[in-house]
Design a protein around this ligand. Structure first.
Ligand SMILES: [Zn+2]
Length: 464
């Protein structure tokens, strides 16, 4: 009876409410039976943060300790590192007006919300032809969710040019991605101006969107959750169970941003491990440790490797072969941004990248993280071009809304309402592309294509 009422209660917590985060991080050693252990702690309201071969770490509230003791699960409470974080934060960022701003040394500082805001405004004013700053919404505590667009012809939406997005700091206390994205913005802008041909090629052919902090309140409060202490990566409509609660303002803003643009490829950056995690994050049984392949498994493995291959510590991981993992094969989660983007937007292929074991490392080590990830950022970004794309129109040249299917892959994408093109990322190989439209119910257009690494194959469909 106890178990049944507990399970009913947990079901309510999981499916019909925001997932609030307990304040205490605990470590639980395990002897390999990790799937059962994850299930047990999650049923008791814990949020699993990390699973390794030897232990798992999870955020728990005060009410869980009796349950852990009743279940004979021994645990250790990890000490708070707030004092150390405050020390790191006290090494204030260099003002964008200072001559030293954006020098190599200046990146060994954390940027709080005000410094981040100042820096992004300064970069926009220094590179107005390439860089456009907007806020996609506000946090619970009223901070702007800044997003930078970088492209040539940045003020226009260019037909046939795919949209790509990086998102950082979804969990407020996972901060390496936030800092590296600020530096990557500067790297692209300054590299373009100084004539770096690789960067020029990227910026000229891609509409790049970078949102360094999805959770600025969590950053200021040194906590994983947002201003309401809700875990934003459990707050999206679930791929399998849908949406049964009101999303947080940050979640709503990111969903609206995703749906009003037409991102083709994207990633969100986290900390706590070092690995690229790809869909699905959950399986039908909600059991961790079971590989849950999505229809585009081959593509996701390919693009994840494009990131990990040039990141030495990631690629040589002891824990994850070649530095990549299927989400559910590691541990399961519901309501994550990754699966929502892939399953629900009909355009956006998305992975979760863990950048650092230490979530809030000494700022003096940020330059090493930059060296480890700089090339990987660009390699993953270039993957937005690998696939088939083109316009869909009628014989008069008017754009036609269409569904694009790939024979043998059960995942369709839609033409973009922004430019009337379709963009279908694919792993290298040979495919049959099928184009249908509700406007032409009796017509099926087909085309055989070959996809080469990093390159677009262009095919325009015309309904006669
Ligand atoms: Zn995270």
């Amino acid at each position: 009876m106890f178990w049944r009422s507990l399970c009913v209660l947990c079901l309510c917590v999981c499916c019909f409410a925001n997932i609030f985060i307990g304040d205490t991080l605990v470590r639980i050693e395990h002897n390999g039976e990790v799937a059962q252990l994850v299930g047990l702690v999650e049923e008791n309201g814990a949020i699993v943060d990390e699973v390794t071969r030897d232990y798992l770490e999870c955020y728990v509230g005060d009410t869980i300790f009796d349950s852990l003791e009743n279940l004979n699960i021994s645990y250790s409470i990890l000490p708070s590192d707030n004092d150390l974080i405050q020390e790191y934060k006290n090494k204030a960022a260099i003002s964008p007006k200072d001559e030293q701003c954006c020098s190599d040394a200046s990146w060994s500082h954390y940027h709080d919300y005000d410094a981040l805001t100042d820096l992004l405004h300064e970069l926009q004013s220094q590179y107005p032809e390439l860089c456009q700053l907007e806020s996609v919404g506000q946090s619970v505590l009223g901070r702007e969710l800044w997003m930078v667009k970088i492209s040539d012809n940045v003020a226009t939406l260019e037909e046939g040019e795919p949209q790509f997005q990086y998102i950082g700091n979804m969990h407020g206390n996972e901060v390496v991605g936030r800092e590296l994205l600020l530096r990557y913005i500067y790297y692209l802008l300054s590299g373009y101006e100084s004539g770096d041909q690789n960067i020029i090629d990227l910026v000229d052919t891609t509409q790049i969107y970078i949102l360094p902090s999805m959770n600025p309140d969590g950053y200021e409060l040194n906590q994983r959750g947002n201003g309401n202490n809700v875990d934003l990566n459990r707050d999206f409509p679930d791929r399998q169970d849908g949406m049964n609660h009101y999303p947080q303002p940050e979640t709503s803003a990111l969903m609206a941003c995703s749906l009003s643009n037409h991102f083709i490829l994207s990633a969100n950056l986290h900390g706590g491990s070092v690995v690229v995690n790809y869909p699905y994050d959950d399986n039908s049984h909600h059991v961790p440790g079971l590989y849950s392949a999505c229809p585009d498994d081959a593509l996701f493995r390919d693009i994840s490797l494009a990131y990990s291959r040039t990141n030495g510590p990631m690629y040589n991981s002891d824990e994850f072969p070649q530095g990549i993992t299927n989400g559910a094969d590691w541990y399961t989660l519901q309501g994550g941004m990754q699966d929502w983007n892939y399953a629900k937007t009909y355009s956006n292929f998305h992975v979760t990248i863990e950048l650092s074991y230490d979530k809030w490392p000494n700022p003096d080590t940020l330059s090493q993280y930059w060296e480890d990830n700089r090339e990987s950022f660009s390699n993953y970004l270039r993957k937005v071009h690998q696939g088939v794309r083109g316009s869909v129109s009628d014989s008069d040249g008017n754009k036609v809304s269409a569904v694009i299917s790939i024979e043998g892959i059960n995942h369709d994408v839609l033409t973009s309402p922004l430019d009337g093109w379709y963009y279908r990322p694919l792993a290298p190989g040979a495919y049959t592309v099928i184009c249908t439209s509700p406007n032409y119910p009796d017509v099926v257009l087909r085309e055989s294509v070959t996809i080469a690494e990093y390159l677009p194959t262009i095919h325009h469909f015309v309904f006669q």
